[in-house]
Design a protein around this ligand. Structure first.
Ligand code: DOR
Length: 442
């Protein structure tokens, strides 16, 4: 099956050009093919932009075990709508993904249910280093250096040393120092307002944990990705990367700050906590400067009922996969970034960080994971229109300019102007860790 997408302006690795793209089955076959090329279908896309599908390298999709919040099917529908064609999911499900067998089980679940491409991290515990060392079919190892939702935590220095010394997969971590978080919590008797969340999980907690992780990565010469950076101070630590370190920002840390607790309460309670307006500015600057390479969501749904509980019973996390691309496209209109930067941060860079084969670029031979974007379309986010099972968004009522209107996964249209095709299935993402990561291949 051959499809020609013509009339669109395409964001290629080499720049933005007006060209046609020829897809054959699941791959991009050619750019600007000759007029004589045989095609089965033509998609006329005048006035639109064609970009690679978004690769979201940090999501929590709750299956197995927590499927009252989300499952791989509902989450992947939300991805399709949001232009996310590949996701990497975290191990804090129930049971946790801490063995190769559980990893294989998750991959099998996703094969049956996911409308978009999928990959799963293996989670570190103080005692599973042998599993981590032999794990395959995974982007890498996730360490909760500070605890968050669930009970995964590796805080013990000897255990961390062993993980960095005895494994070769890239490592990423949730960096909030557990000792600092506990001391802060005790100092305000556990906290009673949502704003206390940012006093408990403060800048110091983030900085101490990032320093500790960077020290481990440098001493063990181990590739390391700092998840959801939330402070200006952390971004400064990332200036020295030695070809090993990459970092990431999330839309909620770019766009929300502590002033939003008064309006949104627990809806903006997440880990790491939101910080100040100055941190918002610094995170944008760090992306533009290349201190951070990736934008990912940390999509972490909880039901509205769970979120309505008073602090500190209210759980941390918010859903975002179906709005993250639109939030970043709208930011172009706000003068914060360019379309090329959005594509780099959300598509190409995450694919390179995790050594994905054939993802994140519009180029011959790459997978036909594509998104057609209408940069002038204005739409309002509404809770009752959300595909995520929890059916709410902290951006409810917000109008954004710039939306995905059509999404292809492996050459098949999975979303088209409001309609999701439930019959489409994504594929298992292939990782070739011999590629050597972002600094070698970006
Ligand atoms: O706020 C968060 N929620 N941060 C995390 O790191 C985990 C996530 C969750 O799984 O709920």
């Amino acid at each position: 099956m051959r499809t020609l997408i013509q009339g669109a302006t395409c964001v290629l690795p080499t720049g933005i050009v007006h060209t046609s793209v020829l897809i054959e089955d699941s791959k991009i076959l050619d750019l600007a093919p000759p007029a004589s090329a045989q095609v089965d279908q033509v998609v006329q896309a005048d006035g639109m932009y064609l970009i690679p599908g978004v690769v979201d390298d940090q999501v929590h999709f709750r299956e197995p075990g927590l499927t009252h919040k989300e499952d791989l099917h509902t989450a992947s529908r939300a991805c399709a709508k949001g232009g996310v064609t590949s996701f990497l999911e975290m191990p804090n499900t129930n049971p946790t993904t801490i063995t190769c067998d559980r990893l294989a089980e998750k991959l099998q679940l996703a094969a049956g249910k996911s409308l978009v491409n999928y990959g799963f991290y293996i989670g570190a515990t103080p005692s599973n280093v042998a599993e981590l060392a032999r794990a395959k079919r995974t982007p890498g190892i996730k360490i909760f250096i500070g605890s968050s939702t669930g009970d995964l935590l590796v805080d013990d220095q000897a255990a961390l040393e062993r993980i960095f010394a005895e494994t070769s997969l890239p490592i990423c971590a949730h960096c909030e120092d557990e000792t600092t978080v506990r001391a802060n919590r005790d100092a305000i008797n556990g906290g009673s307002t949502f704003a206390d969340h940012s006093r408990i999980r403060d800048e110091r907690a983030a900085v101490i944990a990032v320093k500790r992780a960077l020290d481990l990565a440098f001493r063990h010469n181990h590739r390391f990705h700092v998840l959801h950076v939330s402070t200006a101070a952390e971004t400064e630590l990332l200036r020295d990367h030695r070809g090993l370190i990459t970092g990431e920002a999330c839309p909620h840390h770019l766009l929300f700050n502590v002033d939003d607790y008064a309006r949104l309460g627990s809806l903006v309670q997440m880990n790491p906590s939101i910080k100040t307006a100055a941190d918002n500015v610094a995170l944008w600057n760090a992306l533009r400067e290349g201190l951070l390479q990736v934008v990912a969501t940390d999509h972490a749904p909880h039901t509205m009922e769970e979120k309505r509980q008073p602090y500190p019973k209210s759980p941390s996390g918010l859903p975002a996969v179906e709005n993250s691309l639109a939030l970043m496209l709208d930011s172009i209109h706000q003068g914060r970034c360019t379309l090329e930067q959005v594509v780099h941060w959300m598509c190409d860079a995450p694919a390179r960080v995790w050594d994905m084969v054939g993802k994140g670029r519009i180029a011959p031979g790459y997978d036909a994971d594509l998104v057609l974007v209408d940069l002038n379309l204005e739409q309002t986010i509404r809770n009752d229109e959300q595909e995520t099972k929890c059916r709410w968004s902290p951006w409810d009522g917000v109008t954004l300019k710039g939306w995905p209107v059509r999404t292809w996964v492996l050459g098949q249209t999975v979303y088209d102007h409001g309609k999701i095709d439930d019959t489409i299935r994504g594929g298992e993402i292939q990782f070739d860790h011999d590629l050597g990561g972002y600094w070698k291949t970006a």
